[in-house]
Design a protein around this ligand. Structure first.
Ligand code: LLP
Length: 435
């Protein structure tokens, strides 16, 4: 089970040495709580496994879409990871965090001309080109800026990973990248290899997210490496970099069985090595882009129970002070979570309840039919493994303020994102004259 330490004397849920009931009192709820050392140890585990299996040229780049705040990017950069960004806003955050531009990888299936120009001015390390129009746009921007840029091309390797269809991205029916099967990828790479201003370094794929077991990753690596060897033999294009994306599964509930990074990287590296040896192709520099696996299990969301509504013969709703505005994942994907009472995480679970949010939608639920101990107004609930794709997917729906994010380490808690205020909510509203 993720993260369920309890205090020796109180029995309360403890995160990074901090008592969660104290955190709820001090910072209010809903509250995102991050355990700094868990982020750091995930970074270290991925880096060590990457260099052990892929050699000294391997790079681990944190997919910042999972959780993009200045402090979090400082932490991952201080652990030697690069940062993957997918918008001008994420790029800006990475630059504010003083991530070295050379360590930034810029992604996206429809980067705007402004975002491409910003990436060029910042001097990001790699731009991952998604399609032909983007290549053309980037080349003309390079000419305009009098600069050159290093690129990878995003490929759909035709792998269908076993995960939720909304987060599956490697098959031909995907809006990301260009297809292998149709020959489109090869044609575009031949073109990219001779476009002035463009330095073609390699190819990228990302097959999906929350994937367990090494098989889909091994298949993608095999296809991508084989394709690199084909290009070299058929077209004389020698690519030296292979970015295999992210997607490593984490534990939300006990049934999830995440793999240690080395258990995925070992077979992936073996399959790449085998192809390289068979086809006399040089082992490429490998880049990995974990997002969820770096931050998910380091995060917990605290809520206060407002009301409990028993509907005889139907179900019991337990309403909390958050909801789909700060956790849209149940509404979107039906995601499962472990939820505990923060004052007694091991309390005996009795009746199944539905944890509901406070938004004006019936689908605004955090979890349905989950056995919980008795609950009443004022209880603090902790939803586990909420570090990834929660704060980063939050909105102001119903003009709810986004929660604060606090970072805990050795019993000290510091705010790394302030809770939004009502002023924040109306900051960008304009009242035209005469209204
Ligand atoms: N690289 C690329 C190009 C990606 O598109 C993604 C995720 C990653 C790396 C990181 O994948 P990870 O290691 O975090 O699985 N909102 C969804 C997840 C969307 C993932 C999008 N791309 C969720 O809440 O489950």
């Amino acid at each position: 089970m993720p993260n369920k330490d309890t205090g020796h004397s109180t029995g309360h849920l403890i995160i990074g040495g901090c008592d969660t009931l104290d955190l709820a009192m001090r910072f209010g709820t809903p509250l995102h709580v991050l355990d700094e050392m868990r982020i750091r140890s995930a970074c270290r585990a991925y880096r060590q496994a990457a260099s052990a299996h892929f050699g000294p040229l391997a790079r681990v780049v944190y997919a910042s879409k999972a959780l993009c705040t200045t402090a979090v990017l400082r932490i991952v950069a201080s652990e030697g990871l690069g940062v993957d960004v997918v918008s001008g806003g994420e790029l800006h955050t990475a630059l504010c965090a003083r991530v070295r531009p050379a360590d930034i990888v810029f992604h996206g299936n429809n980067k705007t001309p402004r975002e491409l120009a910003e990436a060029l001015s910042a001097g990001v390390g790699r731009i991952v080109v998604d399609n032909e129009e983007e290549l053309t746009r980037l080349a003309s921007l390079c000419a305009e800026h009098g600069t050159e840029t290093d690129i990878l091309l995003r490929i759909k390797p035709g792998v269908s990973a076993h995960t939720h269809e909304y987060v599956r991205t490697g098959a031909i029916d995907s809006k990301f990248g260009v297809a292998l099967e149709t020959g489109e990828a090869e044609r575009l790479l031949i073109r990219a290899a001779s476009v002035p201003g463009i330095r073609l370094r390699g190819i990228h794929c990302h097959i999906g997210s929350q994937i367990f077991g090494p098989d889909s990753f091994v298949e993608a690596a095999r296809i991508m490496t084989g394709f690199m060897a084909d290009l070299s033999e058929r077209d004389g294009i020698l690519l030296t970099e292979l970015n295999l994306g992210g997607g490593y599964g984490v534990r939300y509930v006990d049934e999830d069985t995440p793999d240690a990074p080395e258990d995925v990287f070992r077979p992936v590296a073996a399959s790449i090595r085998e192809i390289c040896e068979n086809r006399a192709f040089p082992f490429p520099a490998i880049c990995l882009e974990p997002g969820r696996a770096i931050v998910a299990e380091a995060g917990t969301t605290l809520y206060t129970v407002g009301s409990v509504k028993h509907i005889p013969g139907v179900r019991t709703y337990v309403a909390v002070d958050g909801g789909m505005f700060e956790n849209p994942r149940y509404a979107l994907y039906g995601s499962a979570y472990e939820i505990v009472r923060a004052d007694d995480p091991n309390a005996v679970r009795t009746d199944p309840v539905t944890i509901a949010g406070k938004c004006c939608e019936s689908g605004d639920l955090i979890q349905e039919h989950i056995p919980m101990p008795p609950l009443g107004t004022g209880d603090i609930l902790a939803v586990m493994s909420t570090g990834a794709y929660h704060y980063s997917m939050a909105s102001n729906y119903n003009r709810n303020a986004r929660p604060a994010v606090v970072l805990c380490r050795e019993g000290r808690a510091v705010e790394i994102v302030r809770r939004e205020s009502y002023e924040d909510l109306v900051r960008n509203d304009c009242i035209p004259e005469g209204l």
